[in-house]
Design a protein. Structure first.
Length: 246
């Protein structure tokens, strides 16, 4: 790293920074917080810690607060400095790296529904299963786990009935939600769906909540904020079936 700094020849800035680092880490006085020959005699017993910005949170106000020069930490110890990476922070970092699927639903009938006839709702894939990502530093490994809870339905109408009555469609064992509509099911109650009681145009939305938690190899664990993914509003037109009586 020092060699790269010295390649910057603009007004001698590279050599100046290189000299500063050398005076701290190569020929520094340990009694004053410096190091001799970059602590090579301590190889395997610890490592230098330095400030690193999480690219997923680079715009957070606290991202630039860690301005401490690199410093030596013995293996198995967590430095007593603000914002030092610990088991929880590793868990948060791991959770940032979990790739959660977007929320998409299929509806039948699609676009236009009929008063008092159920609309079946399901997810086209089977991707709603537990997701895990681990992150390690020194002797600590933290694992973040995201678990899908349910698909919550928002019909957009106070005159609608949702199935189930809670409006929360459970996750099936295979990672799917609901059940695809098929011929012959028109008179059945869908495991996940909605029946509109009045004609009109409504904005339908669905969202999946993921519970997130972390656990570390040192025995620490805890919850993290839920992640909620909502579908873009879908316009549903509900019509009445007109009949003529004589």
């Amino acid at each position: 790293m020092i060699g790269k700094w010295r390649t910057i020849k603009f007004f001698g800035i590279g050599d100046f920074i290189g000299d500063v680092f050398d005076s701290q880490y190569k020929t520094g006085d340990p009694a004053k917080g410096g190091y001799k020959d970059y602590n090579l005699d301590q190889e395997g017993k610890g490592m230098f810690w330095a400030a690193v910005v999480n690219p997923n949170r680079k715009d957070d106000p606290e991202a630039s607060k860690c301005d401490k020069f690199p410093f030596w930490v013995e293996n198995g110890k967590t430095p007593d400095v603000p914002m030092a990476v610990n088991a929880r922070i590793l868990g948060e970092y791991a959770s940032d790296s979990i790739a959660l699927p977007s929320t998409q639903v299929s509806m039948a009938p699609s676009g236009t529904s009929t008063v008092n006839l159920p609309t079946w709702i399901w997810t086209p894939g089977k991707q709603f299963t537990e997701k895990k990502v681990s992150a390690s530093l020194a002797s600590i490994t933290s694992t973040a786990v995201a678990t899908p809870v349910a698909l919550h339905l928002e019909s957009g109408s106070p005159d609608a009935t949702v199935f189930p009555a809670s409006g929360n469609c459970p996750i099936n064992a295979d990672g799917s939600i609901g059940e695809p509509y098929a011929a012959g099911k028109a008179g059945q109650t869908p495991p996940c769906g909605v029946t509109y009681g009045r004609a009109g145009s409504y904005s339908f939305k669905a969202s999946i909540t993921w519970h997130v938690s972390w656990s570390a190899t040192n025995g620490e664990r805890g919850p993290l904020p839920d992640s909620i993914f909502t579908t873009p509003p879908q316009n549903v037109t509900v019509q009445e079936i007109q009949s003529i009586n004589r």
